[in-house]
Design a protein around this ligand. Sequence first.
Ligand code: PLP
Length: 389
Amino acid sequence: MKYAERMKRLGTETAFEVLVRARQLEAQGREVVHLEIGEPDFDTPKNICDAATKAINGGYTHYNPSAGYPEIRKIISDEINKTRGLKTTPEQVVITPGGKPVMFFTIFALVDKGDEVIYPNPGFPIYESLINFVGAKAVPIPLREENDFRMDVKELAKLVTPKTKLMIINSPQNPTGGVLTHDDLKEIARIAVENDIWILSDEIYSRIIYEAKFESVTQFPGIPERTIILDGMSKTYAMTGWRLGYGVMDEKMAAHVSRLQTNSNSCVSAFSQIALGEAITGPQDESNKMVAEFKKRRDVIVDGLNAIDGIDCRKPLGAFYVFPNTKQLGKTSKQLEEYFLENYGVAGLAGTSFGAHGEGYLRFSYANSIENIKKALSWIEKGVADLNK
Ligand code: PLP
């Protein structure tokens, strides 16, 4: 049987593959510390679960408008206006099953075969996968350690050609935890306006930020009308399994994205949307507590990794990942991913899971308890010592 040609161009997210392997090892009785998957280890706050239960029992169990319930879209547009200083309307919001479909829909709505799309590398692997899937040219902008994993905006300007249709930015960033500065965003905005380029601004980690202040590229003139903001509930409210996200964009673009949703998911689960409304309008203490806890864990893992000979780790300003440099260990990222998992029970990801520029790095998610992080650090230390024997 033959499959469509385009399937050869579709990539994946290897975090799920490493998770499967880690679970196999556990089934064999091995102990594994999970630092591979990007999801908060906390439970969804109770007020949100209660709102969903009430909604199910109250009849929110039917189809609803493709873009989402108008009152929930209003809650999102108010939130975006409050946090980004914009003047969006509910008609500019499309609620989606997770933030991920916003990538899919944006690229499908905007990018033709032969167009060029600039995307961060290392970066969330689905960007590159989808750009290739639609037959466009994926143009990586390398994120370098010496630049604290921010894109070099001078380099960005050089990558733009008349075919550049879209630029993808992500701050705070997965996998590096890098955060773009005000000046970076200003320059990105200038390049986009001058060259008439769309922006997909992946702001899913906007609330998980430490010493830095979150800023959106949409603060600059000429940008809101050419930008799709991607955000969602997964990370901020520990709601990965609920599949709740949203895109905020120009009204015409929202109509296209909504039509893509009609053609695929139809709409987002009705009671989940009520939970989304509660998450945004209800008390924020649980979410704030999670961020404070992530910060403590970040300090433990960064200090612990830097104490190991041969590993260097920058202190990330946001998200819940570290991206240590492992070049001195003399093995590829993939070899180290396997080495630490198979022999020492530490599940992490090769930097190359996030693109070719991730070679020489590993990604560890510190969405795990301090106790487990300390255990993983001691196992990594042993693994490194054994490499030198
Ligand atoms: N964007 C980035 C950078 C991510 O890391 C993720 C998840 O890992 C997402 C978007 C999508 O998350 P979800 O579809 O769960 O909202």
